[in-house]
Design a protein around this ligand. Structure first.
Ligand SMILES: Cc1cc2nc3c(=O)[nH]c(=O)nc-3n(C[C@H](O)[C@H](O)[C@H](O)COP(=O)(O)OP(=O)(O)OC[C@H]3O[C@@H](n4cnc5c(N)ncnc54)[C@H](O)[C@@H]3O)c2cc1C
Length: 544
């Protein structure tokens, strides 16, 4: 007899961010499937629900960084600035949830703790921290790549008498740093956005930098309404064009010249124009070989280092801020508003936590090997257990004895970033092995989800109830992902793409950097060849 306490769905979705919400829309509204999403947070929005730190905003322009699935939506919504702030993006996501009636299928405040695939019935059973047990044919992992905040395991944190925060777990009511002595640890994207804002409030701000990161000016501004009108008039064509680009962002002509095809003066003029324009794609598109030729990249890296030396008045601070341990663009490029200028303020001090590492957090602040600091508040801008953290926190197993945690112990293995061999009927949205994190992510989220939805429709039409990646297809894909990465400069950086920010995490290059255009074509080809590399089957004999 069926157990009445077990609820049954066609698909269970883990996560209520941009990916989880679009999955509800695509699978339920467009295909009529019975779905349920679980979200650990108390609201929808994922990244934009959790990351409420001061200065948080997107670094892809909002006219691009938005859903494309509804032309009405993209025509109606008005972005007040070139780059939306976190509150604005969260407002947009909530609007989408209401407009498409998505909220009723998201169960908030509920974390999925385990998922078990039964090889006899081809069904997943998921359990949550609230005691739910749900069963579904398909499990859609929309748990996020940057959703597992990482607070370094500093000795003494529990003894700190002030307040401490992580950028990815920011209090919903915000934090006022006015008049406080504040320590910020970390200078990645979040730190770079937050530091200028906190510096304007705090009595004194100490920034602890272990690794200097490249940051470019965002040139954020109020939305130019003529530009918005033109963009909206061309929206469908622009969205289609984005599919033909490596980063899923249209509007940046592909460069045809290599850095050494032009004179030094022309090269620097090109970099200067990009610096003035603002934005990371624009800068990396200055020349076609910046991410594959180290000598070419050195010219761009040195241009930015010289900019930093020109902005920051204290030469020692400027030299510390000028990144020298990785080629520009091989770690996530930061965009800022007044980041380097902030170090000219009297109330801001940069501490080199590489040469003098943080030894412990104390009751009143922290201590490096050489010095003690007193703080009212400490902010960890220390990033996330990226790409694999959220999935490895769920106990994912099959009745055949497979465990995802064990399968991925040496680094993530996927076929197309969409499925893991040995884990049938489980799809991952923008997982490792996909180009997701190297693109305008909402485009990748839509592309992945549409592919999954088409696959499920194909299976329903043919009477299949089980799909799995073959080991061979997965092995070949992982080898391809690595070969493409090795043909670029990306592996030269100790980045979160490599798992390098987490002690003990295997150093494996996780995203596919062959480009969104190449990837999405490959996904279409695979589907066109009857889901090549996947095995589709049915407990009952399938229709021919
Ligand atoms: C500060 C910041 C700025 C960014 N800016 C940009 C940008 O400008 N452009 C860009 O393309 N991308 C950007 N990103 C990347 C961003 O993560 C994606 O664009 C996008 O928001 C990802 O959506 P998602 O739904 O896939 O994942 P998320 O938004 O991370 O949502 C996943 C959700 O799943 C939930 N979850 C995880 N595990 C479980 C579980 N076991 N049970 C229940 N719920 C669970 C989490 O609570 C989370 O809410 C940024 C990321 C950060 C952190």
């Amino acid at each position: 007899m069926p157990d009445a306490s077990v609820r049954e769905f066609d698909a269970v979705i883990v996560g209520g961010g941009l990916a989880g919400l679009y999955a509800i829309h695509r699978l339920r509204n467009r295909m009529g499937l019975k779905v349920r999403a679980f979200e650990a947070g108390s609201g929808v929005g994922g990244t934009w629900f959790w990351n409420r730190y001061p200065g948080a905003r997107c670094d892809v322009e909002s006219l691009e960084y938005s859903y494309s699935f509804s032309d009405e939506l993209q025509q109606e919504w008005q972005w007040p600035e070139r780059y939306g702030t976190q509150p604005e993006i969260l407002r947009y996501i909530n609007h989408v949830a209401d407009r498409f009636d998505l909220r009723r299928d998201v169960q908030l405040n509920t974390r999925v703790t385990s998922a078990l695939f039964d090889s006899q019935t081809n069904l997943w059973t998921l359990r949550t921290d609230k005691g739910d047990v749900v069963r579904a044919r398909y499990c859609i992992m929309a748990a996020g790549n940057l959703s597992t905040p990482r607070v370094p395991d500093f000795k003494g944190l529990q003894d700190f008498r002030g307040k401490w925060y992580h950028t990815g777990l920011w209090p919903t009511n915000g934090v006022d740093f006015t008049g406080l002595h504040v320590g910020v640890i970390g200078t990645g994207s979040s730190g770079v956005q937050m530091i200028p804002v906190i510096a304007r409030q705090a009595k004194h701000l100490h920034v602890f930098q272990r690794t200097a990161n490249f940051s470019l000016p965002a040139r954020n501004a109020a939305m130019d309404h003529d530009r918005e009108r033109r963009h909206k008039a061309e929206y469908p064509a622009r969205r289609a064009a984005a599919y033909d680009t490596p980063f899923a962002i249209a509007g940046y002509p592909k460069p045809d010249k290599a850095a050494f095809d032009v004179s030094e003066a022309e090269r620097n003029a090109a970099y200067e124009a990009k610096w003035q324009e603002g934005g990371s794609i624009s800068f990396l598109y200055a020349f076609k070989d910046l991410l594959v030729n180290k000598a070419a990249n050195d010219t761009a890296s040195e241009f930015v280092r010289n900019k930093i030396r020109g902005i920051v008045k204290d030469p020692r601070t400027a030299e510390l801020l000028a990144p020298k341990d990785h080629p520009i663009g091989t770690k996530r490029l930061c965009l800022d508003t007044g980041y380097y200028e902030t170090y000219n303020r009297d109330n801001v001090t940069l501490v080199d936590a590489r040469s003098d590492p943080i030894a412990e957090i104390t009751a009143t602040g922290l201590r490096t090997g050489k010095q003690a600091y007193e703080f009212d508040a400490i902010v960890f801008a220390t990033g996330f257990d990226a790409m694999t953290g959220a999935l490895r926190e769920i106990d994912i197993r099959t009745t055949d004895g497979a465990s995802l945690d064990k399968t991925w112990a040496g680094g993530p293995l996927t076929y197309l970033g969409l499925m893991v061999a040995g884990f049938p009927n489980m799809f991952v949205i923008t997982g490792p092995g996909s180009p997701g994190v190297k693109t305008q992510m909402i485009a990748s989220i839509e592309q992945h989800t549409n592919w999954i939805a088409d696959c499920l429709a194909h299976m329903a039409a043919k009477g299949y109830d089980r799909i799995e990646s073959s080991e061979r297809a997965q092995t070949e894909w992982v080898a391809h992902v690595n070969a493409v990465a090795d043909s670029t400069l990306y592996p030269l950086a100790n980045s979160w793409y490599m798992g390098a920010n987490i002690p003990g995490k295997p150093r494996v290059f996780m995203p596919y950097v062959g480009g969104f255009d190449r990837y999405s074509r490959r996904c279409d080809q695979v589907a066109g060849k009857g889901y090549e590399g996947f095995t589709l089957s049915a407990r009952q004999p399938a229709m021919a």
